[in-house]
Design a protein around this ligand. Sequence first.
Ligand SMILES: *Cc1c(COP(=O)(O)O)cnc(C)c1O
Length: 492
Amino acid sequence: MSGFLVVPPVFKTGVRRHPSQAGSIPVHLRHDRPGMGRSPTDQEANPVSEQDPRRAIPRADALLADPEISAYAEPLGGEHVRGIVASATAQARAGSLAPQSVRGRVLEELAALSRSATSLTPVLNATGVVIHTNLGRAPLTAAAREALLAASGYVDVEFGLESGVRERRGRGTVDALLAAVPAAQDALVVTNGAAALSLAVTALAQGRDMLVSRGELVEIGDGFRLPDLIESTGVTIREVGTTNRTHLADYAGALDERAAAILKVHPSNFRVSGFTAQATVGECAALGREHGIPVIVDIGSGLLAPDDLLTDEPDAQSTLAAGADLVICSGDKLLGGPQAGLIFGRADLVHRLRRYPLARAFRAGKLTLAALEATLRGPRSRVSAYLHRAPDELRGRVEGVRSAVLAARPDLEDVLAVVPVEGAVGGGGAPGMPLPGWALVLPEHLAGPLRRGSPAIVARVEGGRTLLDLRCIEDAEDPAVASAVLAALGRD
Ligand SMILES: *Cc1c(COP(=O)(O)O)cnc(C)c1O
């Protein structure tokens, strides 16, 4: 079993469970989950009499539906969890494990597996902020996680099994990128968006000048400023226009023999409104073509094609179609993939970047290439699913969690409210884009106990209240959310 995916204990603090409960299935699951009855196949496979102690062995599907066990499916992968459950029930059937110890054994093995690998703790993101940089940005799809596992051993990342010789690294991933962005002649994957930008500006403008609008000299977070990053590569920034208005004439007036490229940057995390104007990509591209200098566009967020919800957000396909020579973006923002930097565009320029010495320092690993390809070829990303959640669905789920908590704590009827809230896309894109949803209101001081609980829940604290927004949490986790809230209330 490969360990790299394994993350630390979901139930780090130890689950407070009375020994007599070991092996039992939480009561609320008995009635409301399908598939809890004995299936004929199981009976045929394991003929047991009424008196047979094996009748007391918990069923595999019931164990897998147990919220504490299913919480491990997220960090460890469902296959691992199913394997551990199958092995524990098999041991019980063989008589080497007491039926009432099966559940405890499964939890022990899951916790041990988690603990051994990394100090990163999986969290449920109840903030309503979809691309949360502090929480690792985009959560990967199941397909991408499986791809990580598949790529974890020796793989033909830079080798042809047909030819028997070295081949271009990550060909399949580049093919998937080109299929998603047909306007691109070629594509290159590097470690992250900042690396993609550094590589592009260095390879195309080192020792010379690059024109950038004053309205696009942005800070991307944690004090990192694009102008500083660019100047550190030996490229001189020539600022054009003003903070709120930059016209094509400003670029045209600044073009001289020192100018090597025009850079346009999408302001991913803020908006300038009011008396504003920016020369378009199309206008800059026409100017660039006239003077033989390339136009690089950093779109930041990583939408590859237009999204009906994010109408103000640029995408790689449209930006190239508008005339950009190179488009740069992140892999783990709106694209919903692993941390990566993507470069799309003209074949000659992408080739230059690929051969530039710095490209070797920013080379994407096989795990990144695998997860990125699976994100592109697989089903819809989780980022996209979370952005498009229907408010009514969120309301129903929040009310479900509230009812589950009230079933155990009817005294909280007046404390737990369900209120409308606005989620957010996050620093990764579309600032100011409202995402209407619903949240469960808890007392403010529960935020700490929730963070330190199992599973750890990071909620939003606002206006003296703790708000649980389920937008970025899978439906299957709702029972785990309710249990974690009850546990936090219990430690209160
Ligand atoms: C996020 C962002 C970057 C940096 O990308 P990383 O993948 O975080 O390195 C660069 N430019 C813009 C416009 C961004 O939004």
